[in-house]
Design a protein around this ligand. Structure first.
Ligand code: CA
Ligand code: CA
Ligand code: CA
Length: 362
């Protein structure tokens, strides 16, 4: 039985070898150059031309954003709520100033615009933008929020990737001018598309919650290297990836298998500020069993992430990382293969590997 199992494993391994000609070694710089990925984040388009200096626009009429009404009554003062939600843009109305440029959005919007007849209707909207992001990239989200002058109740909900980032309140009583405050947050992307949302949570009366100058900039790109197994003496097969990134608090090291028939049975991880800090024999062979972070995955998994406090590792610290795994053929539950995050070999004669990662400033 053992012979048959081993034979099947060997066949799978050979087909795996045949399917991959070479490994791709994908290394990216950790510190990113900053570009705002939010379209029309300053709400300068479309230009408000109405003499009232404000107007409403549906999702087809404004670049970048789309809107939904905050759930509420469908009728107000004998008027049905429009089926399409509108964003309200204001352009220096009443002499008020924008945080950036000339225009901003009022998120307690309006049903019928400056030529309409309804007042104080429930106009609260949620505005959304789906951003193209880098998986595990760390971003800075920044925007300006002001109360509407003279209006007490202004409440802004901020969401990133479906999660609430913050809920902000501001009181505009006694103000004759906008009072912009900038807010900044460090956020991470979990996929290639990330939804950014702002919603008015003030009492819905068509007044309140000004927003302007929204930006999202990539601060730290993830470092990606291949997770490889070795065959022959010096040929390597990619079976997945090891991805490393950090925010302001934690370092993340993620193992991912890309082959459907392989699973992670054990992972061993060492992170140190010098190569000597990684457990090794006197002859320079790594000792995964002594690595400070290790997990037996029962049941086996396709991916796993270690979350490690940055602690004394400051921005710019160069880390030496050895990411080892024992990989199984999932259906056979056997035949462990040794895998390493691809990089440089240790000084000894085993093929154990390490790579370097520099702590990024988010
Ligand atoms: Ca603006
Ligand atoms: Ca309004
Ligand atoms: Ca309101």
């Amino acid at each position: 039985m053992k012979t048959k199992t081993t034979l099947i494993a060997a066949v799978i391994l050979m087909s795996l070898i045949a399917s991959i000609s070479s490994i791709a070694f994908d290394v990216m710089p950790a510190q990113a150059s900053s570009t705002n990925i939010v379209a029309n984040g300053s709400f300068e388009q479309p230009v408000v031309l109405h003499p009232a200096k404000w107007n409403i626009y549906d999702s087809n009429e404004i670049d970048g954003w789309y809107m939904v009404w905050i759930p509420g009554p469908n009728m107000y003062d004998g008027h049905p709520r429009p089926s399409d939600a509108y964003i309200e843009l204001q352009r220096q109305v009443r002499g008020w100033e924008a945080a950036d440029g000339y225009q901003w959005a009022e998120l307690d919007s309006d049903w019928d615009g400056p030529d309409g007849t309804i007042n104080y209707e429930p106009g609260s909207v949620r505005i959304c933008q789906d951003l193209t992001t880098i998986r595990h990239g760390v971003y800075k989200l920044r925007f300006a929020f002001s109360p509407r002058p003279g209006v007490e109740d202004n409440r802004l909900e901020v969401k990133w990737d479906g999660e609430i980032v913050d809920i902000l309140d501001a009181d505009g009583q006694g103000l004759s001018q906008t009072d912009w405050t900038y807010y900044e947050y460090i956020v991470a992307a979990t996929s290639e598309t990330t939804r950014l949302e702002f919603a008015d949570l003030s009492s819905p009366d068509a007044l309140g919650t000004f927003l302007d100058d929204v930006s999202v900039e990539l601060k730290c790109e993830p470092f990606v290297t291949d997770l490889v197994i070795r065959f022959c003496r010096c040929r390597y097969l990619k079976v997945g990836t090891v991805t490393v990134w950090n925010d302001g608090t934690y370092l993340y090291v993620k193992y991912s298998l890309s082959k459907c028939y392989l699973v992670l049975f054990k992972t061993h991880l060492a992170v140190a500020t010098s190569l000597e800090g990684i457990p090794q024999t006197k002859t320079g062979n790594p000792i995964p069993g002594q690595f400070p972070y290790q997990t037996t995955h029962c049941p086996p998994v396709k991916e796993y992430t270690y979350t490690i406090e940055l602690g004394e590792w400051e921005v710019g610290t160069e880390l030496y990382i050895a990411a080892h795994a024992e990989v199984w053929f999932g259906k056979l539950k056997c035949c462990g293969l040794t895998a390493w995050g691809y990089g440089q070999q240790f000084p000894g004669c085993s093929w154990g590997m390490y790579f370097q990662y520099t702590i990024c400033d988010p």
